[in-house]
Design a protein around this ligand. Structure first.
Ligand code: UDP
Length: 505
């Protein structure tokens, strides 16, 4: 039960970047902090994001959702463009740049909280991509931590790459990253196109380098990482950000999915809305009934996250490869490249008769629009996840002991895939980026390796279960139970914030 909130208890102010992969773990952290501390949590975003999140919280919650005025059209964006999941990739940078105009209203919000509480908030947890929140925190002398929704290894690579531009002149196919051991080499194809071309003066470089530099002046970093799972990555990350304390507080997944004992379908649906603020495009009951038809660990789940997608020719090849593999599957379909992201599903995106065939034979299920992902992954019939390697997706999968087929497409996804394959042995990469088409034969072959009872597939499964146990252990806590590393880190982070304020608990 959450400790009682006194009207005079200070605030923790949380401000995620406007993307589902950031808002979702932030909200989970907000709920954990609300449960574990007597402080009032104020969760800040723009009006549409806040409106979507309202359904995510129970009516009796003490978390306050606060929106800052934001008009996307003032920044050359469509009127609903308040989240990366509602815009195509080429507009992402405009949304990033526009976030900086929220600085004055964030300042006003902190002023009014400070007046109401007769003192400034206890701390600000600002997204690493909103580094400018550090500047605002400084003006009030508030303890600030930069939050990374990603793991430590990928953040280390991300920082190293963006702080050592350009990479366009790198002649070698593979190269070493500053701050990383000599044995660690990246291939040029593991650089997103905008990073490959970045030279320090283009809009991406200017925005990201600035946010990283500002975040390096934060009082600490909170990572959606698990200390035991990323020992090497953390060592490198700590070295790169020299001297800033890092608290690993992951996995930021609702505790009921870490503790597998609660899985009634109505409960799960409630959690799905509560976790993501988005209405699933399919009911959890339909998913569960369909999954119940299949053998344990036999179904492949396919999703490219909340903002990535593939081309129509690629969808065709993937569909035919899935059919050829003989494995049952659930495929979450977002409109292909070139289509409006909110467009309704069209049959011509897939091979003729594909949907009818897989539906009739119960071989496959298509989820058009948002899927209740964590609920699907936690069903015992899921045996593999073909993923774009977004960090949240990877951790959600591993927390359920589900091995991965990696298809990194952008941002830090390339380093996530590399880490999962090379360090943890729980992933096989099937493709890289969206320019080259992955043929149906390769799709069939890789699915066969991971889910066809091969020695490699069995090893991956075993490792995924082992890592899953590690992930679960990190979040253990409560009466009479020794605290897991992430629970202990959350408590230590709060203790540090209090000590900086001169309050010792
Ligand atoms: N997600 C979901 N349903 C979907 C697509 C995504 O619930 O149909 C959730 C997923 O469970 C994860 C987040 O959205 O928590 C996506 O974050 P991730 O880091 O995996 O990828 P991103 O979308 O940021 O690229």
């Amino acid at each position: 039960m959450a400790p009682p909130k006194s009207p005079s208890s200070p605030h923790i102010v949380m401000f995620p970047f406007m993307a589902q992969g950031h808002i979702i773990p932030f909200l989970t952290l907000a709920k954990l902090l609300d449960d574990r501390t007597p402080y009032t949590i104020t969760f800040v975003s723009t009006p549409l994001n806040i409106k979507n999140l309202q359904s995510s919280l129970p009516p009796d919650t003490s978390i306050r959702l606060t929106s800052l005025p934001f008009n996307p059209s003032d920044h050359g964006l469509p009127s609903n463009a308040e989240n990366t999941n509602s815009i195509p990739f080429h507009l992402f940078i405009h949304l990033c740049q526009a976030t900086q105009t929220l600085q004055p209203s964030f300042y006003h919000l902190l002023t009014s909280i400070s007046q109401q509480d007769c003192g400034p908030p206890l701390c600000i947890i600002g997204d690493i991509f909103l580094g400018w929140t550090v500047d605002v925190a400084r003006q009030f002398d508030i303890f600030h931590v930069a939050f990374s929704s990603c793991g430590a290894y990928s953040m280390a690579a991300y920082f190293s790459l963006w702080l050592h531009l350009p990479h366009a002149k790198t002649r070698l196919e593979t190269f070493q990253l500053p701050g990383f051991p000599e044995t660690f080499r990246l291939h040029r194809s593991q650089l997103a196109s905008y990073l490959r071309e970045a030279d320090g003066s283009d809009p991406w470089s200017v925005y990201i380098q600035k946010q990283i530099s500002l975040s390096l002046h934060s009082n600490g970093m909170l990572c959606n990482a698990i200390e035991e799972m990323e020992t090497t990555g953390l060592e490198i990350f700590r070295r790169i950000i020299a001297g800033i304390p890092v608290w690993c507080v992951g996995p930021l997944i609702p505790p009921s999915f870490i503790d597998s004992s609660s899985s009634s379908s109505s409960h799960s649906l409630k959690l799905s809305l509560g976790r993501t603020g988005k209405e699933p495009g399919i009911s959890i009951d339909s998913c569960t009934s369909w999954l119940n038809l299949h053998h344990p660990r036999s179904v492949l789940y396919i999703s490219f996250g909340s903002q990535n997608t593939i081309s129509i020719p690629q969808m065709m090849e993937l569909a035919l490869g899935l059919e050829a593999s003989g494995k049952p599957f659930i495929w979450v379909i977002r409109p292909p490249i070139g289509f409006d992201v909110s467009e309704d599903f069209r049959v011509e995106w897939l091979p003729e008769g594909f949907e009818e065939r897989i539906t009739e034979t119960k071989r496959g299920m298509l989820v058009k629009k948002w899927a209740p992902q964590v609920e699907i992954l936690s069903h015992g019939s899921i045996g593999g996840f073909l993923s774009h390697c977004g960090w949240n997706s990877m951790v959600e999968s591993l927390s359920q002991g589900v091995p991965l087929i990696g298809w990194p497409m952008a941002a830090e996804q390339f380093y996530n895939a590399k880490m999962m394959e090379e360090e943890l042995g729980v992933c096989v990469e099937i493709g890289r980026g969206v320019e080259e088409i992955v043929g149906r034969e390769k799709v069939e072959k890789v699915i066969g390796v991971v889910m066809g009872g091969t020695e490699k597939g069995e090893d991956m499964k075993r490792e995924a279960v082992r890592v899953g146990e590690m992930i679960k252990a990190a979040m253990r806590g409560g009466e009479g139970v020794e605290k897991g590393s992430s629970v202990a880190a959350i408590d230590d982070f709060i203790k540090t914030a209090l000590s900086k304020r001169g309050v010792v608990e």
